[in-house]
Design a binder for this molecule. Structure first.
Ligand SMILES: *[C@@H]1O[C@H](CO)[C@@H](O)[C@H](O)[C@H]1NC(C)=O
Length: 249
């Protein structure tokens, strides 16, 4: 047993952290505007380059109906080119609260941006937070307030995703999470308009999901501890062996 094996063990131990931290999600600046995206092809065998994944993905609409289609995940402002997110997964962590993390520009790893912003109400209620922003341009909303990305009511963000409505596949660009709304139809993705008049993904639906996430996180924590104990054991054994061999010399 040598240090190579130990470093492999450490790398394995770090893997779940990387997956949970989501730091691998990339975004890409495009030349598409909101209206272009709504015309994208919804279902073909190999999805077009504009999609967020090469193959048809299993998706869910607002009513919980499951379907398969090419997934598009874009963030836009009115009259500005949109940004594509390179994942079919939801980047809004709705297991406990709405949370905005830095994603990385696929063409320039030094460029990072937070796409989820908070409404004042949710932030005060502890229902929304983001990674720490330093300047306005760290936030897709272009509004960094005391280290938190906040929505800008006069320049809302829109999220475009594939959905199924009356058995018809559509790509819809509607208000992003935490933006001000009057009714459910204005909110994008699977969000609805809360009683505070904010687009949110309701937490009640995901209570089972919470338990599952807690279970997975505890499991990962246990695996972590075991791997670290094994690593310590071998480091000690190594040291011991070295001392033994010195003695025999
Ligand atoms: C909100 O957006 C408007 C319009 O783009 C801009 O003029 C204003 O400075 C923004 N406000 C904040 C607080 O970022």
């Amino acid at each position: 047993m040598n240090y190579q094996v130990i470093s492999v063990l450490v790398l394995i131990a770090l893997l779940p952290y990387k997956i949970i931290a989501n730091s691998h999600i990339k975004y890409e600046k495009t030349n598409y505007y909101l209206d272009d995206i709504q015309k994208f092809k919804k279902i073909i065998h190999v999805c077009p380059e504009e999609s967020s994944r090469q193959y048809v993905a299993p998706l869910v609409n607002k009513n919980g109906e499951e379907f398969s289609a090419c997934e598009y995940q874009y963030f836009c402002h009115k009259n500005e080119p949109c940004v594509k997110i390179h994942t079919v997964n939801n980047i809004n962590y709705f297991d406990y609260i709405t949370y905005g993390e830095y994603l990385t520009n696929i063409n320039d790893k030094s460029e990072n941006m937070i796409f989820i912003s908070c409404s004042e109400k949710s932030f005060k209620n502890g229902m929304c937070n983001t990674d720490i922003c330093e300047k306005d341009s760290d936030c897709f909303s272009n509004n960094c307030v005391k280290g938190v990305c906040m929505v800008n009511d006069s320049n809302p963000s829109y999220i475009c995703r594939t959905t199924k409505e009356n058995s018809e596949l559509k790509v819809k660009c509607l208000l992003a999470y935490e933006e001000k709304c009057n009714n459910d139809n204005e909110c994008g993705d699977i969000a609805s308009c809360s009683k505070d008049k904010i687009c949110v993904i309701h937490n009640e639906k995901d209570e089972n999901g919470n338990d599952f996430m807690k279970y997975i996180i505890s499991l990962i924590a246990i695996i972590y501890v075991i791997i670290i104990l094994i690593a310590i054991y071998y480091v000690r054994k190594n040291n011991h062996n070295e001392k033994e061999s010195i003695k025999t010399i």
